[in-house]
Design a protein around this ligand. Structure first.
Ligand SMILES: NC(=O)c1ccc[n+]([C@@H]2O[C@H](COP(=O)([O-])OP(=O)(O)OC[C@H]3O[C@@H](n4cnc5c(N)ncnc54)[C@H](OP(=O)(O)O)[C@@H]3O)[C@@H](O)[C@H]2O)c1
Length: 181
């Protein structure tokens, strides 16, 4: 089973403003929209390749603010504070409270092939647990000064192997790394 991160960051390393706003991120309304030239930055191919999206509660709350549930694939929301999910969500969305290791074991046993991990703190916990295989990070050419960081403190270094860099006409630079550990 492979585990990937696919995320956009500001050039100074943030995934959202401190209040969670994504106004600096073009097309951030639930699903990256192809730009005027039809470019989707590999998003649709990536999303087709995954079985399950795992997101933290804060990311879930942002997605809920979009108004319409944007994902057709199964989604697991991680939270230790939510008792239940809103009733109007599709049956493909589940709430869980467990460690990255427990969740990964459970999904691996159930036959999952490819997981998408989303949300800053959630990604950090999976990275710390050694459970991220691939990072696909699209750098947006803007400095926002402060915000919610993608990465945080670590108990030990995590080495990466650079696989690919793609630059797009709109200025996005997408870096793909394999996590060595
Ligand atoms: N730029 C982008 O492409 C992008 C992508 C995704 C998200 N975002 C933005 O990033 C922000 C959210 O990131 P974030 O770092 O604040 O948080 P996050 O990872 O989305 O959510 C953190 C929360 O997830 C829950 N959680 C995580 N792991 C858990 C576990 N193993 N067991 C139980 N609960 C667990 C906890 O919720 P409880 O407190 O309920 O326990 C924790 O407080 C949002 O503003 C979102 O819009 C941006």
């Amino acid at each position: 089973m492979k585990t990937s991160v696919y995320i956009a960051i500001s050039f100074d390393g943030f995934i959202a403003r401190k209040n969670g706003e994504l106004d600096w991120l073009p097309g951030a309304d639930g699903e990256p929209v192809p730009d005027s030239e039809g470019e989707d930055f590999g998003y649709n191919a990536f999303i087709q390749s995954i079985d399950t999206l795992i997101m933290g509660r804060n990311t879930f709350e942002t997605v809920m603010s979009f108004g319409q549930w944007p994902y057709k694939k199964p989604v697991i929301v991680l939270s230790s504070t939510l008792d239940k999910l809103p009733d109007d969500l599709p049956a493909t969305v589940a709430l869980k409270c467990c460690s990255p290791e427990e969740l990964s074991d459970e999904l691996n046993t159930s036959g999952a092939q490819h997981l998408y991990i989303d949300g800053g703190k959630t990604i950090q916990k999976f990275l710390e647990a050694g459970l991220i295989d691939e990072l696909i990070i699209s750098q947006v050419p803007v400095l926002i000064g402060s915000g919610i960081p993608l990465f945080g403190p670590l108990n030990k270094d995590i080495k990466l192997n650079h696989l690919e860099t793609t630059s797009f006409k709109n200025g996005f630079v997408q870096n793909k790394y394999k996590v060595i550990g």
